[in-house]
Design a protein around this ligand. Structure first.
Ligand code: ADP
Ligand code: MG
Length: 497
C-alpha cells in the first residue's frame, strides 16, 4: 500500500513527541508541513533557514529515528525551506536541502540562503583557485564572482540575502533618517540627491540589513537593473586576486556594469591604497553615469583614518546618515518581529524583560533570543519569565553589574528605613516618596538606563515622574542643607560602583 506523506509525517511526529519536550515539540515541529513523499524520500517544509539549521543541529537524531521507523532503512528526509515568502503576485520561493550529519555549522558562504543567493557560483575561495588554474583570457570579460566564465548579464548575481527587507527592518528613532533615506534611494536609485548614500553606525546596529533591504527592493522593482552587494573585504580580495591573475581590467569592467553598487564596511579599505584607487575609479565612473552607490561604515567618514581624502570627499557628495542603538520600544518591536518570523512564541512579559535587559545592539539581542530558545529546548521547559532570568543570568548580570539599579534601590531604601518593595509600589507616604525620588536621582546619575527604563524599574512609572523626581532632589540639594548632607553620604556609597 502506498503511504502518503501526511500519514508518514503524523507517525513520525508521534515518535518525535515521545522523545523530546513539549515546548520544543511545539516550537520546532508543529510549524513543519509535510509536502511530498516520493521513492521513500519525505520532504518537509520549514519556515526559515534558521529553523532548518536548528533542526539539523539539535534534532537530526530523533528525525532519523522517526524516518527509520516509518520508512525503513531506505527512508530519507529532505527539507524545503521557505526563503522568500512571496506576495500576492509571486509564489513563495523554496529551496530543497537534504538532511546531513552536521559536525560544525556551515561557513557563512555555504549556508542554504547564501547558496541560493549565489546560485551556481562558487565561493570566492574556489574562484581564486579557478582563476589561478585558468590561463588569462584577454578576449573574454571575466566576472570576479565567477572567474572562469564570461559575463552574461542575465546570469549576474546580486549576492543579496533575501531575508533582509524593509518590511522586517523595524523603524525607530534610532534609524529613522537612515531608513527613510534608504527607502528613497530604493524607490529612485541614482536619481535622488542621496548619491552616494553612506550609512554608518556601530556593530550590530543594522547597517548590513538596511543596505541589503535597499538592494532587494531595487531588484524586485527594477528587474533590468544590475544590483550588486559586496563587502569591502570581498572587493579587496577579488581585486588582489585580479592583480595576481593579470585580470585587473576584467575586474574593473565587471564593476562598471553595475547599476547599483552596495559596498559594505568600507572602513576595511583603510590603508589599502591600491584597492582604494580602484574603488575611486569605479566610484567616479558609476557616479558620473548616474548609477547609485550605497556604502556602510562602522564610524563616521571623518574618523575613517587611512582612507584617502579624495575618496572621503566623494562620500560627502551625497547623504551620510547614522544608526543609533535602538530604544526600548524599538527593541520590543524587533524581538516580537523576530519571534514571529521564526514561528516562536514567547510571553509578553519575557519580551519586555529582554528588551529592558539587553540594550547594547540588535545582534546581541538576537543572540540572547537564540540562547533562550535553546535553553528552553534543552531543558524541555516552556519559556517563562523565571526561565528567561535563569537562562540569561550570566548576560544580564553583566549589564546589572555595570548599572546597579538594584543596589541603588536597596541602599536608598535601607538609608530611609523603608522596605525596598515600597519603592515600586503606589504608596505616597512621605518617607517612601523621598526614598523613591532619591533612588531615581541616583539611578539617573549612576546608570545608563534611560528615564523610561528607570521609571519601569520603579513600578512602571512614566518618564515624566522620573524627571520630576530628579528635579525635586536637585532643588532640595540647593535649598536644604541637611538634605544635601544626606545626598553626600549616600553618594559615597555609590562611589566607584
Ligand atoms: P551591522 O551590519 O550594523 O553590524 P546587521 O545589519 O548585521 O548589523 O544587524 C545585526 C542583526 O540585527 C541582523 O540580524 C539584523 O537583521 C538585525 N537588525 C538590526 N536592526 C534591525 C531592525 N531595525 N529591525 C530588525 N532587525 C534588525
Ligand atoms: Mg554588517
Amino acid at each position: 500500500m502506498l503511504k502518503d506523506c501526511r500519514t508518514v509525517w503524523v507517525n513520525c511526529l508521534r515518535v518525535i513527541k515521545a522523545n523530546i519536550g513539549e515546548q520544543s515539540f511545539k516550537t520546532w515541529f508543529q510549524p513543519i508541513v509535510p509536502v511530498q513523499l516520493h521513492n521513500n524520500v519525505l520532504i518537509i517544509q520549514v519556515p526559515s533557514q534558521f529553523f532548518y539549521e536548528w533542526l539539523e543541529e539539535h534534532y537530526v537524531d530523533v528525525l532519523k529515528k522517526a524516518i527509520y521507523q516509518e520508512l525503513g532503512p531506505e527512508g530519507r528526509l529532505e527539507y524545503s525551506i521557505v526563503v522568500d515568502q512571496g506576495n500576492a503576485q509571486t509564489k513563495p520561493r523554496t529551496l530543497n536541502l537534504p538532511t546531513s550529519h552536521k559536525a560544525a555549522g556551515p561557513a557563512p558562504e555555504t549556508t542554504p540562503a547564501a547558496a541560493l543567493a549565489s546560485g551556481p557560483m562558487s565561493s570566492s575561495a574556489r574562484n581564486v583557485a579557478a582563476a589561478a588554474a585558468q590561463p588569462a583570457q584577454p578576449a573574454t570579460l571575466r566576472n570576479p564572482f565567477e572567474a572562469s566564465k564570461a559575463i552574461d548579464r542575465n546570469y549576474l548575481n546580486s549576492q543579496l540575502n533575501h531575508s533582509y527587507t524593509f518590511e522586517n527592518y523595524i523603524e525607530g528613532d534610532c534609524n529613522r533618517l537612515s531608513r527613510s533615506a534608504g527607502l528613497a534611494v530604493a524607490n529612485k536609485p541614482g536619481t535622488t540627491s542621496f548619491n552616494p548614500l553612506m550609512i554608518y553606525g556601530g556593530v550590530g546596529l543594522g547597517k548590513t540589513h538596511l543596505v541589503q533591504a535597499i538592494g532587494n527592493h531595487i531588484k524586485a522593482t527594477n528587474t533590468d537593473k544590475f544590483v550588486l552587494y559586496v563587502s569591502a573585504e570581498k572587493f579587496t580580495n577579488q581585486f588582489i586576486e585580479s592583480l595576481r591573475s593579470n585580470a585587473v581590467q576584467d575586474f574593473a569592467n565587471f564593476y562598471l556594469l553595475v547599476d547599483i553598487l552596495i559596498l559594505d564596511d568600507v572602513q576595511f579599505l583603510s590603508g589599502k591604497d591600491k584597492t582604494q584607487e580602484m574603488f575611486f575609479h569605479i566610484f567616479n565612473h558609476l557616479h558620473q553615469a548616474g548609477k547609485q552607490i550605497v556604502m556602510t561604515s562602522d564610524r563616521p567618514p571623518r574618523d575613517l583614518v587611512g582612507l584617502e581624502d579624495r575618496l572621503l570627499s566623494r562620500f560627502k557628495w551625497g547623504l551620510t546618515a547614522d544608526l543609533q542603538s535602538p530604544d526600548f520600544e524599538t527593541r520590543m518591536a524587533i524581538i516580537q518581529n523576530k519571534m514571529q518570523q521564526d514561528g516562536i512564541d514567547i510571553p509578553p512579559q519575557v519580551v519586555e524583560y529582554l528588551a529592558h535587559s539587553v540594550n547594547t545592539n540588535v545582534r546581541e539581542l538576537e543572540g540572547v533570543l537564540i540562547s533562550l530558545v535553546a535553553q528552553s529546548s534543552l531543558n524541555r521547559r516552556e519559556i517563562d519569565l523565571e526561565m528567561a532570568k535563569q537562562a540569561l543570568r550570566h548576560i544580564i548580570e553583566e549589564v546589572e553589574a555595570e548599572v546597579n539599579l538594584d543596589f541603588i534601590q536597596k541602599t536608598c531604601a535601607e538609608y530611609f528605613s523603608v522596605p525596598v518593595e515600597l519603592l515600586k509600589a503606589k504608596t505616597r507616604k512621605k518617607e517612601v516618596v523621598t526614598a523613591r525620588q532619591v533612588a531615581m536621582y541616583f539611578a539617573k546619575e549612576h546608570t545608563s538606563h534611560s528615564l523610561k527604563s528607570i521609571g519601569h524599574h520603579f513600578g512602571g512609572r512614566d518618564h515624566s515622574t522620573v524627571i520630576h523626581s530628579v528635579q525635586t532632589v536637585s532643588d532640595l540639594i540647593d535649598s536644604d542643607k541637611s538634605f544635601r548632607t544626606t545626598i553626600q553620604e549616600l553618594r559615597k556609597k555609590f562611589a566607584g560602583k
